[in-house]
Every structure is written in C-alpha cells, then in structure tokens.
Design a protein around this ligand. Structure first.
Ligand SMILES: [Ca+2]
Ligand SMILES: [Ca+2]
Length: 290
C-alpha cells in the first residue's frame, strides 16, 4: 500500500485514502485552501473547441479523456457533436472524493434550449455523464451543500414554445448518486400575485386577437389592453391605450398578463407570468426585480 504517491490514492481502501488525501493536502490546508487541495487530487475538466463542435475533456493523472453521452436515455443532445458546451462548476457533487463537473450544452441556435449535465469521475479512467427530466431549461441553477458533504443542485424550470401555455416557474432538486442525476423534488409554483383581470396565451391561441377594457391609469375612463397571439412562441403580447397616459407599445411575449390589485401613483400594476410585477415608471411598465 503506497500512501505517499498521489497516483495511488484511489486504489487504496478508504481509510488509507483519507490518510493519503490528508498528507497530500497538508500544505494547502495550512494555508486554508481546501479547494486547491481538491483540485490537486481530483480530475479537472475543460471544453475543447473544434470545427465539428465542442468536446468535454476530463483529465486525471495527466491523461485526457473525451467524455460523451451516447447511452444516456435523458440526453436531448449527443455530446459528441455539440456546438456549444460550457462548464458551470467543478465540484465533488456526490461527496465520494472524485471531482465532477456541472455543464450546459446547446446546439447553438438562437431558439436552442440548453440542457444541464453532470459528468462524474468514478476513479481511474472511469467517467460517466448524465442528465435527468427537467434539466432541459433556460433557467438558472443554485448549489445546495448538504451536511454529508455532497451538493444538491436546484434548477429552475423555464420552457416555452408553440402551444405551451402552462406555468413553468417551478424547480427541480437533483442529487448525483453513483454517476446518475436523480430528481429528488419536482416543484410546481402555485403562488400568484393577486389580480382582478387575467389574460392568457391559452385564450389568445383560440381567438388570435382580443381587446380588454379597464381603467388602468385611474382617471375614471376606460383604457384598452390590445392583445394578439404570437404563434412562434405560443405567447400573448399586449399594447396599452390609456386615456390619460397615452399609448404604450410592448413586445414582451408571455403566457399570462394580469391587472394587479395594487397600483403605483394611481396607475394599476401589471402581473406577467403570475409572479412578476411590472409598475408604471413614467414611460412604460417595467419589471420590479425581487
Ligand atoms: Ca464525485
Ligand atoms: Ca383610464
């Protein structure tokens, strides 16, 4: 049993491996840098650009490995011929001592939804890559460190497209287990900002165009909300013709527009996609970020 060489760390039993890791990490530990130490003992990842698309390369023990996903049933894309791969974070997600990588793939087009993947190192020359349901999304992610040393990944859903009218503002929580991403939670958002009028892409898909009358600018005279269906994305877009404030044109396509029960300086606030609040800013309605 060789506890001294880095090359042998992953071939010895766990208690000895920890000892070896400790000795290999002793110097960086003294300077308070655990991250340096983990990188030093684990695989590292990079994206290599080529004319046929990007390749994910994992390097361990000075050897490069091209990591692909031919057998992953959830993969929307074959990583052998992707146009666009980007590394989000390199970390040991399952806490097994081997460094893994969270990455994002898309086929490069403007309308191409990206998908999250994790490539995990299983020791030596073994790498595996996996995705899961719900990871085909424009949404962002957060890392959720767990008490056992593993890290879960929270990914916000977001999807849109032809005949897609439902809410998509939930999220999934995923853990890496033996090289496979498992969805631990699949959360639908049931919260919505209170409204007294609602317009949805679903109803506009039926009629194509519709005008709604309501007093938005608070002068006691009815204003017009002029809406049309945007088939390319399955969305509704509305312009506003206000008796006091004038015409406000708008190019934001959404699945839901509501007139909120709140107002700002006498003008009603708007709700987009159930939970985004837009307030009149003197020129138009703009989103108030939370
Ligand atoms: Ca790992
Ligand atoms: Ca009015």
């Amino acid at each position: 049993m060789n506890l001294l060489g880095i090359n042998h760390i992953f071939t010895v039993p766990k208690f000895a491996r920890n000892l070896a890791l400790f000795s290999a990490c002793a110097v960086p530990f003294m300077f308070g840098s655990l991250a340096q130490c983990e990188q030093f003992t684990g695989a590292t990842y990079r994206v290599e650009k080529s004319i046929n698309g990007d390749h994910l390369i994992g390097t361990f023990d000075s050897q490069d490995y091209w990591i692909t996903n031919e057998d992953d049933e959830f993969a929307q894309y074959s990583l052998t011929d992707m146009y666009s791969l980007s590394i989000d974070v390199q970390a040991d997600f399952d806490g097994d001592g081997y460094q893994d990588v969270l990455l994002n793939a898309s086929n490069g087009g403007a309308a191409s939804t990206p998908q999250f993947y994790i490539a995990s190192h299983m020791g030596g020359s073994y790498f595996t890559i996996s995705s899961a349901e719900g990871l085909f999304t424009y949404g962002d992610y957060e890392l959720l460190p767990q008490p056992d040393g593993s890290t879960h990944i929270k990914v916000y859903y977001s999807n849109d497209g032809v005949s897609f009218h439902d809410r998509v503002d939930g999220f999934g929580v995923y853990s890496l287990q033996y090289g496979k991403l498992k969805r631990l939670a699949d959360i639908t958002n049931h919260a919505r900002i209170p409204t007294f009028l609602d317009i949805t892409s679903e109803e506009l898909a039926e009629v194509g165009e519709a005008t709604y009358e309501v007093d938005l600018d608070g002068d006691g005279r009815l204003d017009k909300i002029e809406c049309r269906y945007w088939e390319r994305w399955g969305n509704v877009i509305c312009d506003f013709d206000l008796s006091k404030l004038g015409r406000i044109e708008n190019s934001l396509g959404v699945d839901h527009i509501g007139v909120a029960k709140t107002s700002t300086s006498g003008t009603s606030d708007l709700v987009y996609n159930w939970t985004k609040i837009f307030k009149y800013n003197g020129n138009n309605f703009s989103e108030v970020k939370k």
